[in-house]
Design a protein around this ligand. Structure first.
Ligand code: TXA
Ligand code: MG
Length: 314
């Protein structure tokens, strides 16, 4: 797989920067999941992201930036509470939806007047942003509706057929640390509203902003479709297990005879970290049904339950 280069090597990063400047696509490791990155100022490059993913054009993509100082290049009328969130949590797993600057193309925002911004903390992503001096449009690097990739190999599994050697590449930055996508906060209103749960919790957002956080919003966030994050296997959450089923549950849950244990995380953080890998593993092993026992509690546990619910929706 010569598409994959070691994301720790300066020469690999230099090649990726070159590819981005030429309008190519780069599989980019982030702390949440792997993204499929392109120059966010190039309509042609961003169109290729949509083609690679098979994603409808009215679904906006997140623009990744180096940090808070870049916000004003992409957004206007930024509320103080959004600046506070960026100051506290960037670089990190939180995406802010803000009113877009005039030059930001509607082909980037799915036709909306807002733009999603995130500064990722993964060192390889940070270097790509610093050296390219670009904003990087990057959705998760999976085919539309499928499980997000958490390794470079996953990216190739998802969209390798589309990527062209010499034009596009994937940087290997190891397994994604968090394992589920960023928390998305709509910052276009007077107070913050959470559109997607993630590692940054509602409690943390309330603490930093001193505001009550709404959990729903009228803003359209197509990643929040009912069905999403789906492997080929049927995912069930009812806890009823039969022979040949896969099982994903905290380690304290025993594995019945005849059931295939796909993951036994000992903590909620580990559950998030290995969830997508375990769902992918079910498909590799041709398992037709996976039972997941969701973790209890708030914060990241709630984000995991959200993803499992969508994966199980059919
Ligand atoms: O952790 C993440 O956020 C990963 C990594 C690669 O950064 N990215 C990611 O991107 O999950 P994607 O495109 O798979 O999901 C982004 C979600 C989509 O549901 C999209 O609709 C929503 O963010 N979104 C992006 N821009 C938006 C906007 N202007 N208004 C509303 N929703 C937006
Ligand atoms: Mg996605």
């Amino acid at each position: 797989m010569r598409l994959i280069l070691n994301g720790n090597e300066p020469t690999a990063i230099a090649r990726a920067v070159e590819a981005l400047h030429q309008g190519g696509l780069v599989g980019m490791p982030t702390e949440t999941v792997y993204g499929l990155a392109a120059d966010a100022s190039s309509e042609e490059a961003v169109r290729r992201i949509y083609q690679a993913k098979g994603r409808p054009l009215d679904h906006p993509v997140i623009v990744h930036i180096a940090g808070s100082s870049e916000i004003s290049s992409w957004a206007i009328d930024v509320p103080e509470y959004a600046m506070a969130l960026a100051a506290r949590f960037w670089p990190g797993p939180i995406t802010l939806i803000l009113p877009k600057a005039a030059h930001v193309g509607l082909w980037l925002t799915g036709g909306q007047q807002s733009v999603g911004l995130r500064a990722p903390s993964h060192p390889t992503a940070q270097k790509l942003l610093a050296l390219s001096k670009l904003g990087l449009a990057a959705p998760s690097a999976n085919r539309f509706g499928r499980v997000s990739p958490t390794s470079a190999g996953d990216v190739v599994e998802e969209i390798g057929d589309f990527l062209q050697e010499g034009r596009d590449l994937v940087l290997d930055g190891g397994g994604s640390q968090v394992g589920v996508e960023s928390t998305i906060v709509d910052c276009t209103g007077g107070t913050p509203a959470v559109l997607r749960l993630g590692a940054i919790t509602i409690e943390e957002i309330e603490q930093v902003t001193g505001m009550r956080v709404l959990e729903t919003s009228t803003v359209r966030a197509p990643g929040t479709l009912d069905q999403h994050y789906s492997p080929r296997a049927l995912v069930r959450l009812d806890g009823s297990l039969t022979d040949g089923d896969g099982l994903i549950a905290l380690s304290e849950v025993p594995t019945p005879v005849g059931v295939i244990r796909l993951a036994s995380p000992t903590t909620v953080a580990e559950y998030a970290h290995i969830l997508y890998h375990a769902l992918r593993e079910a498909d590799h092993r041709n398992i037709s049904a996976v039972v997941a026992i969701p973790p209890q509690g708030e914060g990241l546990a709630a984000a995991i339950r959200d993803r499992l619910q969508r994966a199980s929706h059919n």
